[in-house]
Design a protein around this ligand. Structure first.
Ligand SMILES: [Zn+2]
Length: 215
């Protein structure tokens, strides 16, 4: 029996990587994020830069190999789609962080977990939820593409998932810390609360006080 993917493990692992990174703005700088991970030694390699391996692997969008304790994350930079390549980097990183068996290239559970990890890292659910909470519409994929520098396809999948599986929202993510600690100032500068509910209440009280002073 093949094992089932562990969604919880994949989402939590992505959030831990995000929260322990020194990234406070979006889109994430993945090269910095990956080289800054203290628990692993990982290096990024572009297919165009190296004759690493003329084999089957090079037909993939990316792959990861381990040599003497160093993980080499290789990706196909001939594919001219930054969002696609960023997803590939996150996917391969997921295989490392989730302690996958790197010799198995098409294990369904491993591939699903790496995709869930990549989706959460590149487009954290807490941020999307927060945009909605602040009155922004996420139905337009172009908006998410811009924010996360993710591919059109990845954004479409994220939006569909978000709409169709509301019971999943916030289940495993650390909304509080991601939104209120790590990305608070980024969000406040670029995506101020359109609903302004707290502001309105304070403003009304203040206005009333001022009116009363003049009476
Ligand atoms: Zn994979």
């Amino acid at each position: 029996m093949p094992r089932l993917p562990d969604y919880k493990k994949a989402i939590e692992a992505a959030d831990i990587i995000l929260l322990s990174s020194n990234q406070f703005e979006l889109p994430l700088n993945l090269e910095k994020l990956i080289s800054g991970i203290k628990t692993i030694n990982a290096q990024i390699i572009r297919y165009s830069e190296t004759p690493i391996d003329g084999s089957e692997n090079m037909k993939l969008p990316g792959f990861v190999v381990e040599r003497k304790g160093i993980y080499y994350i290789a990706y196909n930079d001939w594919i001219e789609n930054a969002g696609h390549n960023r997803f590939t980097l996150c996917h391969e990183l997921g295989h490392i962080i989730l302690n996958h068996d790197l010799s198995k290239v098409d294990d369904w559970a491993q591939e699903t977990e790496a995709n869930v990890f990549a989706t959460e890292l590149l487009m954290p659910e807490a941020i999307i939820q927060e945009l909605v909470n602040r009155g922004y519409s996420i139905v337009n994929e172009n908006m998410l593409e811009g924010i996360f520098n993710a591919s059109h396809t990845a954004c479409q999948i994220r939006i569909d998932e978000f709409r169709n599986m509301p019971e999943w929202h916030g289940r495993y993510t650390d909304h509080e810390t991601i939104v209120n600690v790590q990305f608070r100032s980024y969000l406040d500068s670029f995506f101020p609360n359109k609903k302004n509910k707290y502001y309105d209440i304070d403003y009304e009280i203040e206005e009333e006080r001022e009116r009363d002073e003049w009476r």
